[in-house]
Design a protein around this ligand. Structure first.
Ligand code: NAD
Length: 262
């Protein structure tokens, strides 16, 4: 299937490792020019270089914090300057800490709102004018299964990511006339460093081993295993492609069937 993505410019936020890195790689494999960012410059540049080598792709990589609106603005301008436009923008960031409601501090709430909601606002504000000019664009948010089904001890994610879905639906409604499609992708339990971090937190809270926790998560999904980052990335690439040209305002879960609703 030709996804029609060759030479498109794909910006993937928080892409030095995990789901963001897998997504940047998947766009490069489709012939896109790729823009990457994350906080740690060394890890980020190493990831960018590996993608350049493996896919012969043009890659722009800059280290900054996605909570910094001015840095996001500068980066989007630099991407448009180097590649001529920004066609696809995938928003992503680290996840908030695993905590119950009374354990979460006001600072935790503030940080989660900045990291997991406002960072998406910052990127959307900057990329939409570029997409409007070309009458073509894709904004895809990487959030979580928590946008459909709350997960125990992830109250920060359960609450804050719902705002992202409200934003996604609003942007899809407002900018569909400009050829901009906006969708949300919610991973279930996927084998990345973030999942190891969650397993450690749950292990110290329950006394179970990390392996027991991974096994229990895998058992929650009808597919009886954790997801691979590549599986999430390929769904994002499909949503960005010409093959998903009538899909907007949706949340697509990549969760092995873990979501229990209809
Ligand atoms: P990860 O921890 O492996 O990678 C996170 C990436 O974000 C890294 O590249 C890191 O450098 C970057 N990052 C973190 N904070 C940043 C900041 N302030 N500014 C710029 N870059 C920043 O996580 P992951 O598993 O790839 O998850 C990505 C997102 O998906 C997270 O929000 C996570 O909560 C969510 N998610 C993951 C899973 C899972 O099972 N892996 C499940 C549901 C939701």
């Amino acid at each position: 299937m030709d996804l029609g993505l060759k030479n498109r410019v794909a910006l993937v936020a928080a892409s030095s490792q995990g789901l963001g890195l897998a997504t940047a790689e998947a766009f490069a494999a489709e012939g896109c020019r790729v823009a990457m960012c994350a906080r740690n410059d060394q890890t980020l540049q190493a990831a960018a270089e590996a993608i350049r080598k493996q896919h012969k792709a043009e890659v722009l990589a800059e280290a900054f914090d996605v909570r910094d609106a001015a840095a996001v603005s500068r980066f989007v301008a630099a991407v448009a300057n180097k590649f001529g436009s920004v066609d696809i923008c995938v928003t992503n960031a680290g996840g908030p800490p695993a905590k119950g409601f009374l354990a979460a501090t006001l600072e935790d709430w503030q940080r989660a709102i900045e990291l997991n909601f406002l960072s998406t606002v910052y990127f959307a504000r900057e990329v939409i004018p570029h997409m409007q000019r070309k009458h073509w664009g894709r904004i895809i948010t990487i959030t979580s299964i928590t946008t459909k089904q709350p997960v125990a001890d992830l109250v920060l994610s359960n609450a804050v990511r719902a705002a992202v879905v409200g934003l996604v639906k609003s942007l899809a409604n407002e900018f569909g006339k400009d050829g901009i499609l906006v969708n949300n992708v919610g991973p279930g339990f996927t084998a990345t460093d973030r999942l190891k971090e969650l397993a450690r937190a749950r292990s110290s809270a329950t006394g179970k081993t990390e392996q027991e926790i991974f096994d229990a998560w895998a058992a929650e999904a009808p597919l009886r295993r954790l997801g691979e980052p590549r599986e999430l990335a390929e769904t994002v690439v499909w949503l960005a492609s010409e093959r998903a040209s009538y899909v907007t305002g949706q949340t697509v879960l990549v969760d092995g069937g873990m979501y229990k609703g209809l």
